[in-house]
Design a protein. Sequence first.
Length: 266
Amino acid sequence: MIKLNNLTCGYGKNPVQSDISFDINEGDVVMITGPNGVGKSTLLKVLANILYPTAGTIDYGWPDTKDPRQLIGYLPDSLSIYKSMKVKDLAELHWGAFGVKPAPLPLLKEASIDWNSRISELSVGQKAIFHLSLILSTNPKLILVDEILHSVDPHLRNLALETLVKTMADSKPTVVMVNLNYNEVEHLVNRVIFLTKTGILLNESTEYLLENARLVVADEAPENANVLATRSYTGRTEHLVLPGEGEQMKLSEILTMLMGSTYQSV
């Protein structure tokens, strides 16, 4: 289990998130989402151990590992890989840095990536597929995927998601995704963490959300209901209650509503 304890993170003197805590169970597939500017990518960098928190701690639960980065695969929102190098040379550099044997990268052929191509010659989607191939080839225990897949064409995005699904089935790593297209990944995740500028609004299993979150259409919020969010939508007022009575919602509908709502405390 990965434990984040009273974590404060950000850049300079202004924290993006302050004093947040949550656990991620081994084998969980977690979506971290929320509006722009609330620190989703920053939090992922902290989990990747490339940005250190200004307060609080992270316990990865890997007592025999001196450097947790050896067991982490991180696909950032912008791919900062050496553009002047060839694909084969960068792969060898990556394997050497992680101390693992070279491994087949079957995704390269499917993405039409030549082993002798320079990184600068690849499209954004090909770079993302190559980067994903590299991080999976080291068999990480924790896979972190930021919003980069939004900019990938549908074919390569589906290829990347299919590969993640296969990896999850085969080796059961812990996976944390940031704000991917809800419709594409709602069948993959088993937990959702929704961030706002004031902290964690929601941290629940998808099973709990699907069983208990309900939509109520009314001018006034229902009495004695636990109203999580309220919004004006197509000329009517909608309330998201959790738990409560009302119209059942898909996970993507719950999260889409939260993105455009006025929040209440859970």
